[in-house]
Design a binder for this molecule. Structure first.
Ligand SMILES: C[S@@+](CC[C@H](N)C(=O)[O-])C[C@H]1O[C@@H](n2cnc3c(N)ncnc32)[C@H](O)[C@@H]1O
Length: 423
């Protein structure tokens, strides 16, 4: 924490926590509303509050364990003392004598003395799931890597600029960025500048997109004149990338059953300058618009609705918003969507199934069950597909990315090829 804190900062952050911590909705949406209701807050105040709120959510299990009574203020003070880099001398003038005494006791509690779930910051139900396929050391590594904030990655829209040009453009305005290690279109920024006010963003030269999801475009590898379906296009992050990889040729249908999300694609599409992308609202995976395209599509992307646990660095509140029941429901959706999406493929066509989850039940198990029931589909080797694109990333047949190993969100992808229809 670089700014000098005042009691007013503590009050502001406490008020924000009071709004967000009950987690009645996603934390980022609650925080956005808090900022809308407190319009006078400046840029630095907002950045401070966001850092505090997300920091507390990332370390919530530990903090709740060491405070006497978990209130927004006690969690805030404990977070500042333990995780923000502030020392007690700086904090003491801002707090009461009793609070100062409690903070000193709490500061002495070592993280390493805590149970695995607290050290890894995973709820019991998730710990139980992870123990089915990971040992405790690997669980701890995973948990710790998900407690760090995520970097900000950009994707360059090659229709409008090269990566080198964008890096130079940003540098001129004091924004430092480096090429991402794997995606040829990615830039990893230093820090979190407000990039959506930059000219390069407003003119469509860049989009915010984690490197892991950029790699999906290279696994799918659409050719210029292909017919492509992005089955769960949402706000179109991946569709836009596919459009640029196809040099604005061919045709991409961006399906989603959420009108709100597809509406968010519209301004991005306009900025991108692409003319090959067609958003289509569908009621569900069995919509007539889907059925009409059966057997006609060269490439299908299924960026399936999932638990999102691989994005805990950005969305730490998912630990409280997901549950074993919600994951069961997601698995049913994933199975149904994959099955409908696969029907779209021409013989020889390619489908990429992806999630931002690290749970095999949402990933390998969905794909392996699908292939067992649909033997005309074969599994392609993701490492080989990436090698064909000159991307040296070998995580085996499936692409499985983890923050600690790859610097990306936790991410999974499988590539399938459709064979001839069974007679
Ligand atoms: C992981 S998100 C996709 C994010 C998106 N690809 C992007 O890059 O921004 C999953 C999406 O699936 C959509 N979805 C959920 N059920 C669906 C269904 N039955 N058919 C199509 N889309 C669905 C959700 O609305 C959500 O936008």
């Amino acid at each position: 924490m670089t700014m000098r804190l005042t009691p007013a900062h503590l009050d502001m952050a406490t008020a924000a926590l009071r709004t967000v911590l009950p987690l009645q909705r996603p934390a980022d949406s609650l925080l956005r509303h808090f900022f809308q209701d407190n319009r006078k807050l400046g840029v630095h105040d907002r950045a401070f509050i966001a850092e505090i709120v997300f920091g507390i959510l990332r370390h919530r299990f530990f903090l709740e364990r060491v405070v006497e009574i978990a209130t927004p203020r006690s969690l805030l003070l404990a977070y500042l003392a333990k995780f923000s880099g502030m020392n007690l001398r700086e904090l003491t003038p801002l707090v009461s004598e009793t609070e100062a005494k409690r903070l000193a006791e709490m500061k002495a509690v070592s993280l390493e003395s805590q149970p695995l779930g607290v050290q890894a910051e995973f709820p019991e139900w998730l710990l139980e799931k992870l123990r089915e396929f990971m040992d405790d050391g690997a669980i701890l590594d995973l948990g710790r890597s998900l407690q760090a904030p995520a970097p900000l990655d950009l994707r360059v829209n090659t229709q409008l600029a090269t990566r080198e040009e964008v890096i130079e453009l940003l540098r001129k305005d004091g924004i430092e960025g480096m090429p991402t290690p794997y995606s040829p279109l990615g830039i990893r920024l230093t820090g979190k500048p407000a990039i959506n006010r930059h000219e390069a963003f407003m003119s469509g030269k860049i989009e915010v997109q984690d490197e892991s999801s950029q790699l999906l475009g290279y696994l799918l590898a659409p050719r210029r004149r292909d017919m492509v379906v992005d089955f769960c296009a949402g706000a179109g992050g991946k569709s836009l990338m596919l459009g640029a990889l196809m040099c604005s040729q061919g045709r991409i249908y961006a399906f989603d059953n959420s009108e709100k999300r597809l509406n968010n694609l519209k301004p991005r599409l306009k900025r991108s300058g692409l003319s090959n992308l067609h958003p289509q609202l569908i009621a569900n995976e069995n919509d007539i618009k889907v059925k009409r395209l059966a057997g006609k599509i060269d490439r299908v992307l299924v960026d399936a609705p999932c638990s999102g646990l691989g994005t805990l660095r950005r969305n730490p509140d998912l630990k409280w918003r997901q549950s074993p029941q919600s994951i069961e429901e997601l698995k049913c959706k994933q199975t149904a969507i994959l099955s409908s999406a696969a029907n779209l493929l021409k013989p020889g066509g390619r489908l990429v199934y992806a999630t931002c989850s690290f749970l095999p039940e949402e990933n390998q198990e969905i794909v392996e069950n699908f292939i067992a029931n649909n033997p005309r589909f074969t599994l392609l080797n993701c490492a080989e597909l990436l090698r064909q694109q000159k991307i040296p990333l070998d995580t085996g047949v499936f692409m499985q990315l983890l923050p600690r190993l790859h610097g990306t969100d936790g991410f999974f992808a499988a590539a399938l090829e459709s064979g001839k229809a069974q007679t």
